[in-house]
Ligand binder design. Structure first.
Ligand code: IMP
Ligand code: MG
Length: 177
């Protein structure tokens, strides 16, 4: 952990916002069971916190995808690395993501999951970088819109590190210190 991390969203602000979004989801899904699908690995911390703030029956499943592209850009060709354990047919599905960047991964994932005939399909993301959007995707719940900076923490990694930070931060390069 030699990099310097600048706090972008504090632990308190993240947790308060998740509480708020959890209350909103509780209202919106009243009388239903929310079937939460976590997109691994980034969405894991967020999903656990969010699930605790939803005052309804909740079931959980996990999926891992990889999108191939050149360099750091995702391509929109999404490959399922780990599929769901259970069928989503007839369920009220809520996809839980860490961040939406170009939108390619989520747009492709949504398309794939809709073919499995869920009763409904909504998307909830911890972070959104609207300035980076290439592919349009309707997002139902967004905790924070952030500027075009590479962020870590609360599930998000830089080279697999920093997922366990309890806040959202920006890695400051040596030259910028
Ligand atoms: P996209 O929306 O298809 O471009 O890709 C979104 C995925 O890229 C996310 O699920 C993250 O795994 C990764 N990603 C995008 N921006 C960041 C960031 O700032 N920090 C860490 N991972 C990111
Ligand atoms: Mg992700």
């Amino acid at each position: 952990m030699n990099d310097k991390i600048k706090v972008l969203v504090s632990e308190e602000d993240v947790n308060n916002k998740i509480r708020e979004i959890g209350a909103q989801i509780t209202k919106d899904y009243a009388g239903k069971q929310v079937h939460m699908i976590c997109v691994l690995k980034g969405g894991a911390f967020f999903m656990c916190e969010l699930a605790k703030r939803i005052d309804l029956d909740v079931s959980l499943d996990f999926m891992a995808v990889s999108s191939y592209g050149s360099g750091t850009e995702s391509s929109g060709v999404v490959k399922i690395v780990k599929d769901l354990d259970e069928s989503i047919t007839g369920k009220d599905v809520l996809i839980v993501e860490d961040i939406i960047d170009s939108g390619r991964t989520l747009a492709a994932l949504k398309e794939m999951l809709l073919q499995r005939n869920p009763a409904s399909l909504k998307i909830c993301t911890l972070l959104d970088k609207p300035d980076r959007r290439v592919t349009h995707v309707d997002v139902d719940y967004v905790c924070f819109d952030i500027p075009d900076e590479f962020v870590v923490g609360y599930g998000l990694d830089y080279d697999q590190k920093y997922r366990n930070l309890p806040y959202i931060g920006v890695v400051v390069n040596e030259e910028q210190q």
